[in-house]
Design a binder for this molecule. Structure first.
Ligand code: BT5
Length: 338
């Protein structure tokens, strides 16, 4: 009902819409409409009410409800169904459950906040409510399992593209799932796959973007390495406008990937990641490798040349870049990575 009321008010905005007309069009009593208008006001909608003229929408809050988000969407299929929650433990966990129950490709799970937002390998994603973006997309790609990692790379390209379009600033990508601005993490991706032998049932693509969170509000260990779009741009960001931009980029990237294959994605990924030649330390399945990054292969795995000259292929792990040091300090300071 709220969605329908808002739709009518928006259509008529900036003019008034009479309570009489609304009740006829929605086939409910005028008292029921007044009750819902009061409910909407408590959510932060500014709705002017006049006994003579009816109702007028003055301002909407920056919520991510379907009523707020759907009118903005420019996508063809992504986000046509939005599962919205004020709070969830993790949008990925809920999306996984919904996908198990048959949710379709393009269905979206959004939460205003997460109580147990997840990173990779059991790590946590700091998810304060009403400030940032936490979403999971259900995808059902008909691709071989070994190509599933390319979806993370595709999403990294789409997320950094959306940030750039939105802010005019150029973020970079750190393999495999970090988006950085000023060398700090502004967004992270969590890709979870359910498959059987070589067949993918679904992929849950989880994206967290720090939009309006203040770094000082972050836990100490996160603060050191994180930033938000607001910090980088120096102004508050409209979450729903950013979401619209992100979903458009994701739909475009995924469609391109399915049509033309991984290379179409990797080309832009390489430009944004610039990992070739960087000295890195990689931790993967308990093993630490130090060497020079050669690049990523057609499946999105990281190729590394170790200091011993060995070529290694890393499918999952954490990367740190070597920090450059002044030449005269080279012998005194041990290798430093961040
Ligand atoms: C990630 O893991 O970067 C994946 C993050 C994915 C989050 C989204 S939100 C929507 C969806 N639902 C979920 O439950 N998750 C996804 P990883 O590479 O493991 O990085 C985690 C590490 O980043 C933590 O150990 C912290 O050091 C740091 N971190 C935690 N919260 C952060 C934040 N808000 N911003 C920047 N860094 C953060």
């Amino acid at each position: 009902m709220d969605e329908k009321i808002l739709k009518l008010l928006r259509e008529r905005s900036p003019d008034f819409l009479s309570g009489e007309e609304m009740s006829q069009r929605l086939k409910v009593s005028r008292a029921a409409i007044w009750k819902r208008v009061r409910g909407l006001r408590s959510l932060g909608y500014e709705i002017e009410a006049s006994t003579r003229s009816g109702y007028r929408l003055v301002r909407s809050p920056d919520l991510l409800t379907p009523a707020e988000v759907k009118p903005l969407l420019k996508t063809k299929w992504l986000g046509k169904t939005i599962h919205y929650f004020e709070s969830l433990d993790s949008t990925n966990s809920t999306a996984y459950q919904l996908a198990m129950e048959g949710a379709r490709e393009g269905d979206l799970v959004i939460a205003e906040g997460q109580t147990r937002g997840r990173g990779r390998l059991g790590r946590e994603w700091f998810s304060p409510p009403f400030l940032n973006l936490y979403l999971s997309v259900i995808l059902r790609p008909k691709i071989p399992l070994q190509q599933a990692s390319l979806i993370t790379l595709m999403a990294a390209v789409a997320t950094s593209g959306a940030i750039e379009r939105f802010s005019g600033l150029r973020p970079s990508i750190k393999w495999p799932n970090d988006i950085l601005m000023s060398s700090r993490k502004v967004a992270g991706l969590l890709n979870e796959v359910r498959s059987e032998t070589d067949r993918i049932h679904f992929v849950i693509l989880g994206i967290g973007v720090n939009l309006n969170v203040d770094r000082r509000e972050m836990p100490h260990e996160v603060q050191k390495m994180a930033t938000s779009l607001k910090e980088e741009m120096g102004q508050t960001v409209s979450r729903k406008a950013f979401l619209q931009s992100l979903l458009s980029e994701l739909e475009k990237g995924y469609t391109l990937f399915l049509k033309e294959g991984g290379e179409a994605i990797l080309k832009t990924w390489r430009e944004r990641a610039r990992i070739e030649g960087k000295e890195v330390r990689v931790t993967s399945f308990g093993e630490t490798l130090v060497g020079r990054a050669v690049g990523v292969d057609p499946y999105g795995a990281l190729i590394l040349k170790t200091r011993g000259g060995e070529r290694k292929r890393v499918v999952a792990g954490d990367v740190q870049y070597r920090i450059k040091q002044a030449p005269n300090n080279k012998r005194q300071i041990r290798d430093k990575f961040q």
